[in-house]
Unconditional design. Structure first.
Length: 278
């Protein structure tokens, strides 16, 4: 029985080693995806609530696997942020966005495009050099860029973050605080970090209904943003009641499934051409 057990154990071990060799680490898997060009931009329209017109989009990454399946960022973005591969990934997304939208945006200078950055991007000035190198001579001007930094994670080195934000603004980009209300920086940081735009998280938009008289987080973010001269974008807008509330409470723009989900390039461009954008 002992012999049978040890044979069994070595087979199990052998199979485990075989599987381990077959399956790359999460980090290697992302490197492979980067080399194969599997990370692609989807574009979610942003609507100006005062004019009802399209003012731009947010780039939301997807991974298109070789078998054609599309993966959402939840499957890989945390890993890419943790090991720093988010930096080359963001660079690839920026180049692909220029390929997709360059011709369309060169004729519409008022249209914006937003990219998501993470805390990692604010630890040194690589992102500033990337933005300069990628957009300087491109058909999309740096002044059409919005760079979003999430409040979900702390910016550990505040001094460096403040400098990177100012340098990105000096290149012509606007900087937005993403997921506002959910995170670490707190409202005082809004001022300290010198940002241009506040994006209110879906969490605070969800509860708004037809009979909603006040939405405390939304109301105070709008109030503070206005005092600081910033504009406000609401995310995750799904109903007309939410649009009515947000518009009458000073929110400038909105994105959400009510208008459109993140779209592949061809669908987004078709929408820009159909909607007579800014
Ligand atoms: P986020 O920046 O807060 O983006 C909004 C998320 O809400 C997106 O999910 C979007 O598809 C989804 N969404 C938009 N409107 C609605 C709506 O009306 N209802 C509902 N239920 N959902 C809506 P997605 O595309 O899965 O992205 C998830 C998160 O992954 C993003 O949250 C962002 O933090 C991160 N992410 C996406 N792309 C990138 C990227 O290129 N770089 C980095 N660093 N992070 C990214
Ligand atoms: Ca975002
Ligand atoms: Ca959010
Ligand atoms: Ca500023």
């Amino acid at each position: 029985a002992l012999v049978a057990m040890s044979i069994f154990a070595s087979i199990v071990l052998g199979v485990a080693v075989f599987i381990a060799r077959q399956r790359p680490s999460a980090s290697d898997d992302i490197s492979q995806g980067l080399r194969a060009g599997e990370f692609i931009p989807y574009y979610q329209p942003v609507i100006n609530l005062n004019t009802g017109r399209l003012e731009g989009c947010e780039v939301l990454v997807r991974r298109r696997r070789r078998d054609g399946t599309i993966q959402s960022p939840a499957a890989f973005i945390a890993q890419a942020e943790a090991d720093g591969q988010i930096v080359p990934l963001t660079r690839q997304l920026m180049r692909l966005t220029i390929d997709d939208l360059g011709a369309c945006y060169a004729r519409r200078r008022g249209m914006s495009v937003a990219f998501n950055l993470c805390a990692h991007h604010f630890t040194n000035d690589q992102i500033v050099r990337d933005v300069e190198a990628i957009f300087a001579e491109s058909p999309i001007s740096p002044s059409q860029l919005i760079l979003e930094v999430t409040e979900r994670f702390p910016l550990d080195d505040t001094a460096t973050a403040v400098r990177v934000i100012a340098d990105l603004q000096a290149v012509g980009a606007k900087v937005a605080l993403d997921d506002a209300g959910t995170g670490h920086s707190g409202l005082a940081m809004l001022h300290r970090l010198g940002m241009d735009i506040v994006k209110i998280d879906k969490l605070f938009i969800d509860p708004i209904q037809a009979d909603t008289k006040n939405a405390p987080i939304v109301d105070s973010l709008v109030d503070l943003a206005k005092k600081l001269g910033m504009s406000v974008i609401a995310e995750g807008v799904e109903t007309l009641d939410q649009v009515n509330y947000l518009r009458s409470h000073g929110v400038d723009s909105a994105q959400g499934y009510l208008f459109a989900p993140p779209l592949p390039a061809a669908s987004y461009i078709a929408l820009v051409e159909a909607m007579g954008s800014v």
